[in-house]
Write a protein that binds this ligand. Structure first.
Ligand code: F6P
Length: 371
């Protein structure tokens, strides 16, 4: 029987759904019944801390366990219940123009005997995967990011769990906001795409939703809030993405330092808006940043299931030697697309059909288009 070693890593920001995907890659690859059908015995090794692990590992070194972990069914048996990634992650870029380590990564992949590499990541991690694929590495990608901003797939792991966090947080905020008749501005993640804010806001019934795809007018926010007060609303919840900005303004940056992929850390627009609301309307306003809480916690049922399906599909592609692809969800079906189709542009909210620019909220017509 042929033997084949699969490597697996998680890169970029963690989220719920990564561990279920790892578990199902391992279980599907090691399945004894399928091994007979495929006439191949697969083995899976986990690479710790994303690309950084593949840069730092010495395949012949005594400390290899720091970077490589053999995975079997017993080891991953309970992983689908847990958030984050048990393999660890990093935002390290092997193609960093100031310190290009890509050759070392390719050499280490070869020396570790990895014949297929499963890469679970978002735009940045999959961008590296695409370059390695062009250099001859057998890559399969699994899409993840709570921002749900990758094109070519209707779902990215972690998104639904993050929505649950937003809804739970807002349910808690409502009682205190109502008791004090306050406005609460809730800042979600979402650098360039407003999916978390939009669908989180729709799920929890937010009064206003502000997204990066549509610059907001501070005056209009204040008008809408005052109108709400006049018509009897005692308090208000505003959900806004960290990348949302006022007309004529720029994104608010928490920290000017950049990661290996050139991203600055956003944050603080909620606090800024709370100040503008208070000074413009006199309404007592507080802000809260949900930040990394959205990435934490156990995966919801959907992320466990999607992690499972994506993991199984990734192994199907390996068995078919159909490399250079990422698994994807399209129209409720699991499929596969070339890695490049999930890169190069972002999947943003379509303001014309999915956002109500008059109410600063979700759409109010779904089956009927109207002006
Ligand atoms: O990339 C996903 C994301 O959730 C962004 O929305 C956010 O800006 C970023 O991660 C923050 O990640 P970190 O603090 O881990 O760099």
């Amino acid at each position: 029987m042929r033997r084949c070693r699969i490597g697996i890593l998680t890169g970029g920001g963690d989220c719920a759904g990564l561990n279920p995907a790892i578990k199902w890659v391992v279980k599907t690859a090691l399945d004894r019944r399928l091994a007979l059908e495929r006439d191949t015995r697969y083995e899976v090794i986990g690479i710790r801390n994303g690309w950084r692990g593949l840069i730092n590992v010495d395949p012949e070194g005594a400390d290899i366990d720091k970077y490589i972990v053999p995975l079997d069914e017993e080891k991953v048996r309970t992983w689908d219940r847990y958030g984050g990634t048990n393999l660890g992650t990093s935002r390290t870029n092997p193609y960093d123009p100031n310190d290009d380590c890509s050759k070392r990564v390719i050499r280490n992949i070869e020396q570790l005997g990895i014949e297929a590499l499963v890469v679970i990541g978002g735009e940045d991690t999959l961008g590296v995967a695409q370059k390695l694929s062009h250099e001859g590495v057998n890559i399969i990608g699994i899409p993840k990011t709570i921002d749900k901003d990758l094109p070519g797939t209707d779902y990215t792991l972690g998104f639904e769990t993050a929505l649950d966090v937003i809804v739970e947080a807002v349910d808690r905020l409502r009682t205190t906001a109502g008791s004090h008749e306050r406005i609460f501005v809730v800042e979600t993640m979402g650098r360039q795409s407003g999916w978390l804010a939009l669908e989180g806001g729709e799920s929890c019934g937010a009064f206003l939703i502000l997204i990066p795809e549509y610059d907001f007018s501070i005056e209009k926010v204040n008008e809408l809030l005052l109108e709400g007060r006049k018509s009897g609303t005692r308090y208000g919840i505003i959900i806004m993405a960290e990348g949302a900005k006022p007309i004529g303004g720029t994104e608010i940056v928490r920290d000017e330092t950049v990661d290996g992929f050139g991203h600055k850390k956003l944050g603080g627009v909620g606090e800024f808006l709370a100040g503008e609301i208070h000074s413009g309307t006199g309404l007592e306003t507080r802000s809260i940043v949900l930040s990394h809480l959205q990435r934490g916690g156990a995966p919801c049922a959907y992320d466990r299931r999607m992690g499972r399906y994506f993991g199984i599909a990734a192994v199907d592609l390996i068995v078919g030697e159909d490399f250079g692809k990422i698994v994807s969800l399209r129209k409720n079906e699991i499929t596969a697309i070339p890695i490049e189709d999930a890169l190069g542009r972002l999947n943003l909210v379509d303001v014309d059909t999915q956002y109500d620019v008059e109410r600063y909220n979700g759409r109010r017509t779904i089956l009927r288009r109207c002006g």
